[in-house]
Ligand binder design. Structure first.
Ligand code: IPM
Ligand code: MG
Length: 362
């Protein structure tokens, strides 16, 4: 199969972990006889340096003319947020690209590989029950894309952020969650704050209505504050977790620690046409950028998700997951999952995963 991929590595560790994902994709091409064309584009702080903007027209056009977008990470150091290069960088790049393509479905699978049980912060009796959940986060509305205002004089200022949801948008993400649940454990936990927010009341009603189309699945509603606790106490009870944009941002970070490290987690953002952007959940991690120590697995697994969701290559996707699992089982660890033990570099981890892909079709 011939496919064209937009490669937007971005800032911080983005370029380092992207290099490993590309090694894996090249190996996939070789093993399975595909031809991928990689078209690079600048985004975030790195784009600002060349174009004076975070999501320049050239990157928009690169992204529009490909079959999928493989994204690294954007953003700068916390203490440099006021510098023009980094000011509003995330809003102007990742939020802008989500809006541009109207990515409404965000999938964040959280799986604890058995080899990483010791890296998980939870008690072993909880971990032993297994952790394998899918966060389905609505990505196109909520307080993220409402009006944002700040007015008044210092000392008397007023801030305003508008939260809104359309029923149709909630229905669309609910369908995505139930479809995902049908090929998993057939359980959807919908998260809201329906005891306070109108957006959540609408959310709950719309999700309940959509559930009627999926009689094979179980639906439960949990308030977000309660969910943040329940998911820690009994993570093994959750399968698909359906969330509005803001709660999904928060809870998906919380559950990411179950996988041993944020660096393990991939994600997919899809629009109604099925076009997708794939990015790790780890962020640009400027504190460790350039040191060659970042964990590339989240980026590699994001590439795997791209193969499956955008190109329909399930065998190739599974081959990458197996290679990652094998590499972890062999004991390779980057610093974030080494638990104080011996850590390998970003490229050593990537090389080993590529090596474990050898052997070809499985
Ligand atoms: C995420 C990130 C973004 C978000 C930031 C970088 C704007 O935290 O993808 O989860 O809040 O959506
Ligand atoms: Mg987040």
């Amino acid at each position: 199969m011939n496919k064209k991929i937009a490669v937007l590595a971005g800032d911080g560790i983005g370029t380092e972990i992207m290099a490993e994902a590309l090694k894996v994709l090249r190996k996939i091409e070789e093993i399975f006889g595909h031809k991928f064309e990689y078209v690079e584009g600048l985004i975030g702080g790195s784009a600002w340096e060349k174009y004076g903007e975070h999501f320049p027209e050239e990157t928009v056009s690169v992204s529009e003319n490909t079959d999928a977008i493989l994204f690294g990470s954007v953003g700068g150091p916390v203490d440099k947020q006021m510098e023009p290069k980094w000011k509003n960088c995330e809003t102007n790049s990742i939020l802008a690209i989500r809006k541009h393509f109207n990515f409404n479905v965000n999938l964040r699978p959280v799986k604890l590989y058995s080899a990483l049980k010791d890296a998980c912060v939870l008690r072993s009796d909880i971990v032993d029950k297994g952790i394998d959940m899918l966060c389905v986060r609505e990505l196109s509305q909520d307080v993220y894309f409402g009006k944002h205002e700040m007015s008044g004089e210092v000392g008397m200022r007023h801030a305003f952020d508008e939260m809104s949801y359309d029923e149709k948008v909630i229905e669309a993400i609910a369908h995505a969650a139930f479809k995902a649940a049908q090929v998993r454990k057939k359980k959807v936990t919908s998260v809201d704050k329906a005891n306070v927010l109108n957006c959540s009341k609408l959310w709950r009603e719309a999700v309940t209505n959509v559930a009627k189309n999926y009689p094979d699945c179980v639906l439960e509603h949990v308030l977000v504050d309660n969910m943040s606790m329940q998911v820690l106490k009994r993570p093994g009870d959750f399968d698909v977790i359906l969330m509005p944009n803001m709660f999904g941002d928060i809870i998906s970070d919380e559950v990411s620690v179950f996988a041993g490290s944020l660096g393990m987690l991939p994600s997919a953002s899809l629009n109604e046409r099925g076009f997708g952007l794939y990015e790790p959940s780890s962020g640009s991690a400027p504190d460790i950028a350039g040191k060659g120590i970042a964990n590339p697995i989240g980026q590699i697994l994001s590439a795997a998700m791209m193969l499956k969701f955008s190109f329909g290559m399930t065998e190739e996707h599974d081959a990458i997951l197996n290679a990652v699992e094998k590499t972890l089982a062999e004991g390779l660890r980057t610093g974030d999952i080494a638990d104080g033990g011996k850590a390998v570099s970003t490229s050593e981890m990537g090389n080993k995963i590529v090596e474990n892909l050898r052997g070809g079709k499985i």
